[in-house]
Design a protein around this ligand. Sequence first.
Ligand code: HEM
Length: 417
Amino acid sequence: MPAFSSENMSSLVEITFRKGLELRDTWATLVAENASSSTKIDVCHFLSRAAFDVIGLAGFDYSFNSINDETNELFLAYRKTFEVFISQTGPIRTLLSIYLPWVNKLFADETVRVVEQSHKVVRRVAGRLIQEKKQKIADGEKYGDPYDGKDLLTLLLKSNAAKDLPLEQRISDEDILNNINTFIFAGSDTSSMSMTWTLLLLARHPRIQDRLRAELLGVSSQFPASLSELSPEQMQSLYVAISALPFLHNVTRESLRLIPPLHSTLRVPTRTDEIPTSHPIPTRSGGDGDKYSFTIPKGTVVHVSFEAFNVDKSIWGDDAWDFKPDRWDTLPNAVYQHPWHFSNMFSFSAGPRACPGLRFSLIEIKIFYYILLTNFVFQEADKITPYNVVLTRPYISGRFRDGAQCPLLVSPFVRPS
Ligand code: HEM
């Protein structure tokens, strides 16, 4: 958690601006190469790579450089593991891997072998990074010139080496590597999916897109016309201005509410418990009973749906399934009875295992929206349907086998002179 403090997040602002500008330039080139007024771009593909690059730099000061190059060994190892996770191995195998995980070990199929191969690469390359960082930290201490890397790996290594940390609380290099892997998996496609859904929702609602762009342009007038010329200090002030924009905040929240990238999770109680309910438990015949709690035996696999809470009409009102950013200005009272981790929605979970990357992701996605919407206009191209494949991903309707994608028509936004 300390690694995600606002002080440590300041370097993320710069990283995100640089990556956002790289993405802008890549899309501008694609648009310029096309003779027609708009160009079909799979925004999901590019945002996924951009978010990967951001977490690589912010996570362990490592450049995947994947927006324009997909040959990096570590990138490919992670990507392959991602693809295995999201490939549909069939409902029986999927259920077995959840309820009886040892089945995968005993009867390793092609996908399990791919994951193992990729893990070897991750262990070798990321393991080397850990050793290099440790050396830099040790050299800094030895020569009185402390190494001030702000990436999550450096922060983890430093807090792990702190003199006042009891020996039994120190974690092994293996666990440090596991932490980094968790950041990569938890912190890349979640953000990129949210950005993808927002661009699609804005393409479907052009008036909301125009209104948001107008708000963003209002901020940009106070900064140099060319974003590429921003100094690190100007990036920080620009981010402060962006993060205070009310409509941008509403759009960001509304998209995260309506299509939470992580639709659900699993929890397993370690002891039998009695769970209180707000409504009476229905009887077997379907009527209202008089019991206001139910028993969950130890070991039960409980499916917790973030999505269901977020779009529950009894909480959010009859328009709960619609994209309405303005709803955040006057929320129904029922919403306030559910104090989740972020803005009364369940998208970042709740409680002690809620998402620690909340602040990280808000910085990232708001900067990307700023750069992309002040440079491009987005229109719907194909009919897109969401499917829950680990995360909620976009697919072209009827073309599930082509994989997750979200092509949009992208055209340059020309600023009125
Ligand atoms: C829009 C973006 C994001 C969303 C919607 C999101 C959502 C979530 C949710 C719902 C959980 C709980 C999962 C569960 O209990 O099964 C979670 C956990 C986690 N998230 Fe995020 N996340 C996002 C971005 C990030 C980022 C950018 C990072 C890191 C840089 C991150 C790091 C983590 C970690 C480490 C956990 C595990 C926490 C634990 O188990 O104690 N997340 N996230």
